[in-house]
Ligand binder design. Structure first.
Ligand code: KG4
Ligand code: ZN
Length: 326
């Protein structure tokens, strides 16, 4: 629940980690069925936490993509139906726009323009951001996203789901440098990324004759070091290229401690600054979607036809327009 004047009134998250852990990854059909069960309960919970009732809602925002079609359809149908019954506007929001704007919900928000490093499970992108809906893609991953690489590599090392945070925790106990993993596309001269080769390099180590499971922490540290170095070098290069000094880091991998330490140190040296969302808003949450919807509505976005349930499983962020723009 977000109020334009009072700020964030409350937010609730239901994690499906336990549901999917048994299968080692997200099972799309289980995800959407669980969404149907949880959504009404979560809405009641967030209303109670915010001290609000349904009739006090002025508008509803929901994630319209990108993502799994089934899960998106549950949210879209629920939001459109609730909006229709309350007679309030309903806004479809781009999931990555939610992440990208989430640092604006913090106590010390960045001003526009800035460069955003979006590092989620499905995307690794550098964006030049001049305002809400004004996004220019500077570079992106050509294969696996950074989060995806963390998750797949964790599996190779024998860790459970979700792998990213577990791999990061294991890496904290290891020492990088022993395995000399590659830094993919570090010197490619552009702002694109590629992480699948790094994952293969890890596979070669763990399936090699000299592999010892007790070396897992060192390997995890090496892998994390490689990803962090590439992300950091390219993010700084992006700032330099477009002549900006503010960097926003959003998406689940943005919670990574080593990434933050490295980015903070490198930007401080140059007199630049990095902005992160509040820790609980780093991974997927509804607050960032409510906020993005509220910003769009306040800036003059006109909601579409009532009760039109449309989702976009694939949706390039740079295709968005500023609110009110034709
Ligand atoms: O943004 P997000 O919550 O969901 C998507 O929109 O995908 O990002 C989830 C991704 C997962 O790949 C997860 O493994 C990764 O973020 N992640 C991390 C850490 N915490 C979450 N990766 C590295 N270090 C972390 N501490
Ligand atoms: Zn996300």
């Amino acid at each position: 629940m977000y109020d334009v004047e009072a700020g964030l009134l409350g937010h609730c998250v239901h994690s499906q980690i336990d549901l999917h852990a048994t299968y080692g990854g997200v099972v799309p059909e289980l995800a959407s069925r669980d969404h149907i069960r949880r959504l009404p309960v979560l809405v009641r919970q967030v209303l109670a936490e915010s001290g609000c009732s349904l009739v006090q809602i002025d508008a509803i925002a929901y994630t319209a993509g990108p993502g799994l079609a089934g899960a998106l359809l549950v949210g879209a149908s629920y939001a459109e139906a609730l909006g229709m019954s309350l007679g309030v506007p309903v806004l479809p929001v781009h999931h990555l726009e939610g992440h990208l704007l989430s640092p604006l919900l913090s106590a010390d928000p960045p001003e526009f323009p800035f460069v955003a490093l979006l590092v989620s499970g499905g995307h690794t992108q550098l964006m030049q951001v001049t305002g809400v809906g004004e996004y220019v893609l500077l570079g992106e991953s050509l294969d696996d996203a950074a989060g995806e690489a963390f998750d797949k590599t964790a599996k190779l090392i024998g860790l459970g789901y979700p792998g990213g945070p577990q791999l990061a925790a294991l890496a904290e106990r290891g020492r990088p440098g022993r395995f000399r993993l590659p830094r993919p596309m570090l010197k490619s001269g552009d702002l694109d990324f590629s992480f699948s080769g790094l994952k293969t390099a890890v596979l070669n180590v763990v399936s090699g004759p000299e592999w010892k499971p007790e070396d897992a922490a060192d390997l995890a540290a090496d892998f994390q070091d490689a990803v962090v170095e590439v992300l950091c070098v390219k993010a700084l290069k992006a700032l330099e290229l477009v002549g900006l000094s503010r960097l926003v880091v959003a998406g689940g991998v943005g919670a990574n401690r080593q990434l933050r330490l490295r980015l903070d140190a490198a930007t401080r040296r140059r007199g630049w600054r990095v902005y992160y969302p509040e820790p609980e808003l780093c991974t997927d949450n509804g607050a960032m979607i409510a906020f993005a919807g509220a910003r769009r509505l306040a800036a003059g976005e006109v909601p579409g036809v009532a009760c039109a349930v449309r989702v976009h499983p694939r949706w390039p962020l740079a295709a968005l327009r500023a609110p009110g723009a034709v």
